[in-house]
Design a protein around this ligand. Structure first.
Ligand SMILES: CC(C)(COP(=O)(O)OP(=O)(O)OC[C@H]1O[C@@H](n2cnc3c(N)ncnc32)[C@H](O)[C@@H]1OP(=O)(O)O)[C@@H](O)C(=O)NCCC(=O)NCCS
Length: 175
């Protein structure tokens, strides 16, 4: 198993030297996105793709994308929305996609990707305010994965989940 202790890796922006075509996570949509769309999204300032890269085997271990987004206050649970000013939209960071290659599954890489995305979002929020990190889960399995990292589903939106930036900041302070 190719785990993070035995692997020489780095986390970096998707770049031309990364072999995107060889990446396979078992989900066709997420594979195709990396193969054909991620570089375009980066060029057009739509989303920034980050990869964990195995330097020795020269393989993409996993990737996620980050962009800014907004949520309507009405989407949030009432007890949370009640504490916020009545602006129609609040800013959030969006992890649009996240996947780990089949070859590296079950060895902690998904956790590393999510922690990196949360930490990066927290850093950004110190200069550009962001109320939460939002994720779009691709299926029920992905929902369970995000719940493992304390994301909660928006009411009536089983596949869209969030975690407040306050909660993220507190968890990094504790660790
Ligand atoms: C979901 C995915 C990213 C997990 O990657 P991974 O490297 O295998 O996950 P890790 O080994 O880092 O697991 C981290 C933790 O999440 C848990 N976990 C992993 N996959 C899970 C799942 N599908 N459901 C619930 N928990 C899950 C692990 O048990 C582990 O828990 P622990 O820390 O208590 O031991 C990977 O399976 C994948 O790419 N799936 C296809 C695409 C996908 O579903 N992407 C999700 C976002 S759309």
């Amino acid at each position: 198993m190719l785990n993070s202790e035995a692997t020489d890796f780095c986390i970096e922006l998707l770049a031309p030297h990364h072999d995107k075509a060889a990446f396979s996570c078992g989900n066709e949509q997420l594979d195709r996105y990396l193969h054909t769309t991620a570089t375009q999204d980066k060029k057009r300032n739509i989303a920034i793709p980050y990869v964990i890269y195995d330097k020795e085997l020269q393989k993409i271990i996993g990737y996620y994308t980050l962009s800014m987004s907004g949520i309507n206050l009405e989407e949030l649970p009432q007890e949370l929305a009640r504490k916020l000013p009545k602006y129609p939209i609040v800013g959030v960071n969006l992890i649009g996609r996240l996947a780990v290659s089949n070859d590296y599954r079950g060895a902690g890489w998904g956790k590393l990707l999510i922690m990196d995305a949360l930490h990066r979002s927290l850093s950004i929020s110190k200069t550009t305010a962001s109320f939460a990190v939002v994720v779009e889960a691709i299926d029920d399995d992905a929902v369970r994965f995000y719940q493992r990292f304390d994301f909660q589903a928006f009411p009536d939106r089983a596949f869209k989940l969030f975690r407040t930036m306050t909660d993220i900041a507190q968890s990094f302070e504790r660790s």
